[in-house]
Design a protein around this ligand. Structure first.
Ligand code: NAD
Length: 250
């Protein structure tokens, strides 16, 4: 039988067809989950959900807006009946050096990854508590662990490190409700976030630092999210799963 039969999975930032979120949506749906894709209006989440099939929904929800997160969660419960899985995937990055980070840059990057992870988790946890089960998967980054990935600035590392702390603290707080909270730290994965931004002359050096010898693809992350979303990982909470081809082994 399928791993996620009868389950409902919510994915923030899930509407970009080339992104980690949408690849994950496809893989969760293939395991029987009904999906709610949340994203900004310009990403057209309803159209992306239609690509998955008629049983899935897409909603406009900016994760930095608490009222929008709460409204989206209520709408999902109304239309799909429950919430079993939340993937906190929405995130943005900026290539900045420390001395160039403006207040607006800081707010933009921290708000989507860190505030958004808090607000969407707050929006779904009461439903998961009532169900006495849930799995929240937060997308951090290798950048949080090694102090900079390849493209993001220090404020991105900080935002993603903040996600690790927030997720671990929530794992402790909600274990008694049978709500698991885990993180994934992707390495370099080919999506729109870095498309055309890896200089050709740096490519060989980057690949040289990756034992598996290739840049990741969205399904590399999606497979690990299926694991964390499903009962295969039912005794895992507060963990950080590295999905980086060996770029950081620690
Ligand atoms: P992406 O740009 O394709 O996906 C990000 C999605 O988030 C987009 O669909 C975007 O519209 C959405 N989004 C942005 N701001 C939002 C907001 N305020 N509210 C709701 N949605 C919003 O890039 P991706 O690579 O698929 O990134 C997915 C996640 O993975 C991000 O958190 C990113 O930081 C993280 N990550 C990516 C890599 C990589 O190499 N691609 C590595 C480590 C971590």
């Amino acid at each position: 039988s399928l791993l996620l039969d009868g389950k409902v999975a919510v994915i923030t930032g899930g509407a970009g067809l080339n992104g980690l979120g949408f690849a994950t949506a496809r893989m969760l749906a293939a395991q029987g989950a009904r999906i709610a894709l949340l994203d900004l209006e310009q990403a057209n989440p309803a159209a992306a959900a239609a690509e998955l099939g008629p049983q899935h929904i897409g909603l406009v929800a900016n994760v930095t807006d608490k009222a929008a997160c709460d409204a989206a969660a209520a709408e999902i419960v109304k239309r799909l009946g429950r919430i079993d899985v939340l993937v906190n995937n929405a995130g943005i990055t900026q290539p900045r050096k420390t001395l160039d980070i403006t207040s607006a840059d800081y707010d933009a990057v921290l708000d989507v990854s860190l505030r958004g992870t808090l607000f969407m988790s707050q929006a779904v946890i009461p439903t998961m508590q009532a169900q006495k089960s849930g799995s929240i998967v937060c997308i951090s980054s290798v950048s949080a662990q090694r102090g900079g990935g390849i493209l993001g600035g220090p404020h991105y590392s900080a935002a993603k490190a903040g996600v690790l702390g927030l997720a671990k603290a929530m794992a402790r707080e909600f274990g008694a409700d049978n709500i698991r909270v885990n993180c994934i730290t992707p390495g370099l994965i080919a999506t729109d976030i870095n498309k055309g931004k890896i200089p050709e002359d740096k490519r060989a050096a980057i690949l040289d630092g990756i034992p598996l010898g290739r840049i990741g693809e969205p399904s590399d992350v999606g497979g690990c999210i299926v694991f964390l979303a499903s009962d295969l990982s039912k005794y895992c909470t507060g963990i950080t799963l590295d999905v980086n081809g060996g770029m950081l082994i620690h």
